[in-house]
Design a protein around this ligand. Structure first.
Ligand code: SF4
Length: 503
């Protein structure tokens, strides 16, 4: 067992990178490896952010040119790599092999001769957690993550509706498959991301901020920053990225908590800054950058949808579920708006309710009320009928990662479609889940509004289904040969130790 200690000399390099030029990126990464004194060896894993790709999601993912530049630089400085792999679990329900193909990363993998890993198809291994304040005693990650000797984190510089920003540490949500990712993906999501830090720490972080993403995470507004941000410590690089867009990292719990636990500094005075772009120049490029944290009631102001949000369980912690259903509906609406420009016009008057909301719902005759999430609760009258919505939320301690399950997209389509069809004449409908995912909310809103459903996009459906069938066939073959999908017990990792030095 080998602990991975974050560096005790946290350094962040800001580089001017106006275009996605592979050779320029390669040179910058090579120089950063030299600056940090890093020599890739052993099992080397590169983890981009490939949450989604394709026409609707052009700015959601780490660009393939950045992946290629990093892979070539690692090869240039190879000091005994036994393999070099690009691995990821993209957004839930989507086959990662589909996103690899559509993001252009498959072509990079082919050109560079490295391996690829679709994390949801890998053996999932249990990693014990022992630190104070953890959400649970263990979590599961794919074997390539647990076994990596040299880890390179390759995020996209973006806003996020659940966690304000997604830079380096938030990119760890993609090291879990769907059934494990969904556990604790609620009002304590920031703490989940902080717990994932104990699995391993990267030796190198390279953030794609050439074209950054504003406002949201799946369909962000492109923002030309012309930057490549490189670092050797996760809290430090996230803190500098926060500073670039004018966010105080102390206000972002998934960044502040790991720092407080000793993983690295977020105080700029404890971080060495290098590169050919000063922090002030970077700030000037990002002036007015929109972050993603907008409460759902505000988000829907001026539309035909009215949102009502009460507190999630554990109201003593927060009055709003930042990590779950409300943020998911914002992402779902943005996808539908891009996919069908008449979504807002087509949408009927709707009311969406989250958490333990006990105020009035201003629904007129014929207007549907949608209660979203297991924790939704409400009592009152809709039309002439009394309505009592009870919480079906399962307490955190009853959710066991060893037995967790997740539905695939076709099961979700059947469930959501069936439920909405059955409730067609009812004044309300209830969607269960914790969280109710972006995919489910896209399906529900497309159904209720009569908008085009992105899952039925003709130009994509063949490729999507091909990837889906291959994924399912691979998993079925593993089951037939008796290969375990998940193993319990301590993995080699799980011992990432905070740096108890400065910061
Ligand atoms: S059901 Fe949704 S809103 Fe409620 S705690 Fe879970 S994720 Fe949050």
């Amino acid at each position: 067992m080998r602990a991975v200690r974050p560096t005790s000399s946290p350094t962040v390099i800001l580089r001017h990178c106006p275009t996605y030029d592979v050779q320029r990126i390669r040179a910058m990464v090579r120089e950063a490896l030299d600056t940090f004194g890093l020599e890739p060896r052993g099992r080397t894993l590169v983890k981009p952010n490939l949450v989604s790709a394709g026409n609707l999601f052009k700015h959601a993912h780490t660009r393939p040119e950045v992946v290629e530049g990093v892979l070539l630089a690692l090869k240039d400085r190879d000091k005994g790599m036994v393999d070099l792999t690009v691995g990821e679990r993209c957004g839930i329900t989507i086959p990662t092999r589909y996103v690899f193909a559509h993001s252009g990363v498959d072509a990079v993998v082919e050109r560079t001769g490295v391996k690829r890993s679709f994390f949801e198809e890998e053996l999932q291994v249990e990693v014990p957690l022992t630190h104070a304040g953890r959400l649970r005693d263990s979590l599961y990650v794919p074997e390539p993550v647990a076994r990596a000797d040299f880890f390179v984190n390759l995020p996209k510089f973006k806003s996020h509706p659940w966690t304000t920003v997604t830079f380096s540490m938030k990119n760890y949500i993609g090291i879990q498959d769907d059934r494990h990712r969904l556990i604790d993906h609620d009002h304590r999501l920031d703490e989940k991301v902080a717990d994932l830090q104990y699995v391993l720490q990267p030796q190198l972080v390279v953030i794609d901020a050439v074209i950054a993403g504003e406002g949201r995470m799946l369909t962000p507004i492109p923002r030309d920053l012309g930057l490549l941000v490189l670092g050797n410590n996760q809290p430090a690089i996230d803190a500098v990225c926060c500073a670039v867009i004018g966010v105080d990292p102390k206000t972002v719990p998934h960044i502040e908590l790991p720092s407080r636990r000793g993983f690295g500094p977020i105080d700029l005075s404890a971080i060495r800054l290098e590169g050919d772009v000063t922090l002030d120049e970077a700030k000037a490029r990002a002036k007015g950058f929109q972050v993603g944290l907008v409460r759902v009631e505000k988000y829907f102001e001026g539309t035909k949808i009215t949102a009502y949000a009460g507190p999630p369980p554990e109201p003593e912690r927060t009055d709003y579920c930042w990590g779950g259903c409300p943020g998911a509906i914002e992402e779902a609406v943005e996808i539908l708006r891009l996919f069908d420009e008449s979504f807002d016009a087509k949408s009927p008057r709707l009311h969406v309710v989250f958490g333990n909301y006990q105020g009035p719902i201003d629904a007129k005759e014929g207007e549907k009320v949608v209660f979203i999430g297991d924790c939704a609760q409400w009592r009152g009258r809709l039309g002439d009928a009394p309505v009592a919505i009870e919480s079906t939320y399962q307490p955190r301690e009853t959710k066991d990662p060893r037995t967790a399950t997740a539905d695939d997209i076709y099961a979700k389509m059947a469930q959501v479609g069936g439920k909405l069809a059955l409730a067609a004449r009812q004044p309300f409908v209830r969607l269960h889940g914790c969280p109710v995912s972006v995919a489910e909310q896209v399906l529900a809103l497309a159904f209720l509004s009569g908008s085009k459903n992105p899952y039925f996009e003709k130009t994509e459906i063949v490729a999507f289904n091909k990837a889906y069938v291959t994924w399912r066939a691979k998993m079925a073959a593993k089951r037939l040969t008796g290969a375990p999908y998940q193993v319990a017990g301590p993995a080699r990792r799980g011992e990432a130790k905070p740096d108890l030095g400065p910061g």
